[in-house]
Design a protein around this ligand. Structure first.
Ligand code: SAH
Length: 556
């Protein structure tokens, strides 16, 4: 029986070739490959028949290999890197399949894996492929350019690190220009880019550049281009994409105290000394106008000793003047720790319980706190989540409160999601919404707990769909429990009480929340808890109307 070894010999140097690759080439009576590649492995070829072919003759190479193997020979078809990545493995199988070959038939096929260019080139750049990446060949000889462009677009959109094979040849020069243009729609011009030519070969050349500058350097058929994602950064001449174990911390308000509190479970091995919890003096509540009087207690003084490793960006976060910011940027430039490695402070911010309007001054202030590396995410519960690498919880929360904003922790917490009370026209119920906010908002819960609070019977903010719904109607409240806004089988909550007087309301909601807090399983959603218990704080769940199953589409 004949045999075909489809061998990936790695980037070029012998020490990067696998033992199996070496042995398979040595065992073969014949070696077939692109002439440059045959030359690379020539040290292993003694008395062998060698078939060297040109670059574009891949199909005839595969056909020749099959022909020779069928005549009983042992043949090695060689590819650079990995033979199964833009290599010969697929072609050999295609030729065989066309001839009706099946696994077990003559000839025997063995694909010998090798180190692909994406791995050898990445190793020379540092660690650019530490997170999800795509590889795209820019050669449009066999793939229409529209398909390639669509893939580049998708990679840009998906924030993948991008590896470009076959980036440019003598005649094919347009593709890399188009690719740069597409990616610049999604990525900073400063995104780190590595150009590696002939990795682990004699003419090896490594260039570290940026997305905007990359075309000013030599790029050819022997180059692999690696373009970072939005978190990739340079460190001296290296390119590193963080693995993603970025620690988060948020505020806690146990006993009225605000603290930096680790959030998420992955500690960052490189920032062990950043774990010191912040010890704070509780500040006094202040009574402000509507929307600002339900502040949580905050520190009046920052504790400078905490979060020592975060000091430079903390200054950035708290920078108020141009000078401060410039000084902080300097500190950033020389800081030994890149923002990508700093734990991230997360704080939820809103303009008020009933107030839904941010002022320009508040937005400018928030932008200043975020600095260059912070982000904002807007949530369906009318909160903005600020994420600030290395942000100092004391300084940041103090600044936000000074701007008249409400702040609370992120994560599994109780949230009061109130309507805007028709911009203050329907004010009667606002004090109760604010009292609930003051008591419950931000409290840690087994899972997210949304308490919808609507100021009139229109309930246009959909309070009845929340875990707990409170609707104000002519001087009294209705209470709905166990709503499920999304997922499989969404449903409104059941009305469990009406005609509840304002004096009773807060106590009732508080008792319901306390029971949930005390008795729910970890991560149990309120509606499930309610159904499991059948009764919460004296309110019964009557079971829902049975659903007639026509065609089950989801598994709950
Ligand atoms: N099978 C190979 C890829 C062949 S496609 C693999 O797994 O790596 C040919 C492309 O691979 C080249 O255009 C270049 O982009 C890349 N390439 C292959 N060897 C390389 C090397 N030693 N250094 C840099 N890029 C290389």
């Amino acid at each position: 029986m004949g045999k075909i070894f489809v061998v990936g010999f790695g980037p070029g140097a012998y020490e990067h070739m696998t033992e199996r690759a070496r042995v398979s080439i040595e065992q073969s009576e014949m070696v077939i490959g692109y002439k440059t590649y045959v030359d690379i492995v020539s040290g292993l070829l003694t008395d062998k028949q060698i078939v060297r072919t040109g670059m574009t003759e891949e199909v005839s190479r595969a056909q020749e290999a099959v022909k020779q193997a069928k005549a009983g020979r042992t043949v090695a078809v060689i590819s650079s890197g990995e033979s199964g990545i833009y290599g010969m493995a697929g072609l050999v199988y295609e030729v065989l399949i066309e001839q009706g070959w099946k696994p077990g038939d003559d000839p025997e096929i063995e694909v010998v894996p090798g180190v692909p260019a994406l791995a050898s080139c990445a190793s020379l750049l540092g660690a650019p492929l530490m997170h999800d990446f795509v590889s795209i060949s820019l050669s449009d000889l066999l793939t229409p350019w529209e398909v390639i462009a669509k893939r580049v677009e998708a990679a840009g959109m998906g924030d993948f690190v991008v590896v470009l094979y076959n980036p440019r040849s003598g005649r094919r020069t347009r593709q890399i220009v188009e690719t740069q243009k597409i990616l610049l729609k999604y990525r900073s011009p400063k995104t780190p880019v590595g150009l590696v030519k002939s990795a682990f070969r004699q003419a090896q050349n490594v260039v570290v550049t940026t997305l905007e500058e990359m075309l000013n350097h030599e790029i050819g058929m022997l180059t692999t281009v690696i373009i970072g994602n939005s978190t990739t950064f340079n460190y001296h001449d290296l390119i590193v994409t963080p693995r993603g174990y970025q620690r988060k911390y948020t505020l806690s308000r146990e006993g009225g105290r605000l603290e930096g509190q680790p959030r998420g479970v992955q500690p960052s091995p490189w920032s062990l000394d950043a774990t010191v919890p912040v010890d704070l003096e509780a500040g006094a509540d202040s009574n402000g106008p509507v929307g600002t009087d339900s502040r949580v207690a905050v520190p009046m003084q920052a504790n400078g000793a905490a979060f020592a490793t975060a000091s430079a960006p903390s200054r950035l976060s708290a920078a108020t003047t141009e000078e401060d910011r410039a000084a902080s940027s300097d500190a950033m430039a020389t800081a030994p720790i890149h923002p990508n490695f700093l734990p991230v402070l997360e704080i939820a911010v809103s303009p008020g319980v009933a107030n839904k309007q941010f002022t320009p001054t508040q937005l400018t202030g928030i932008a200043e706190l975020l600095g260059e590396h912070g982000t904002i995410t807007y949530t369906p519960s009318h909160e903005m989540i600020l994420k600030i690498p290395g942000g100092d919880p004391h300084l940041v929360s103090q600044r936000l409160l000074d701007m008249g904003l409400l702040i609370s922790p992120t994560g599994l917490k109780a949230q009061i999601v109130a309507c805007d009370f028709c911009d203050g026209e329907k004010t009667e119920a606002i004090p109760y919404a604010e009292e609930l906010h003051q008591l419950l908002h931000g409290q840690e819960m087994p899972n997210e707990l949304k308490i919808g609070f609507n100021g009139c019977a229109m309930a246009c903010y959909g309070a009845v769909m929340e875990d707990i719904g409170v609707v104000y109607r002519r001087g009294f409240f209705e209470v709905y429990l166990g709503g499920k806004r999304g997922g499989c089988s969404p449903h409104p909550g059941q009305k469990v009480a009406e005609g509840v007087s304002p004096e009773e309301l807060v106590g009732i909601v508080q008792r319901i929340v306390e029971e949930y807090q005390a008795n729910a399983h970890p991560k149990e959603r309120f509606h499930k808890f309610m159904k499991r218990q059948g009764e919460v704080a004296g309110f019964r769940w009557d079971g829902s109307v049975p659903v007639k199953t026509v065609e089950p589409v989801c598994g709950e």
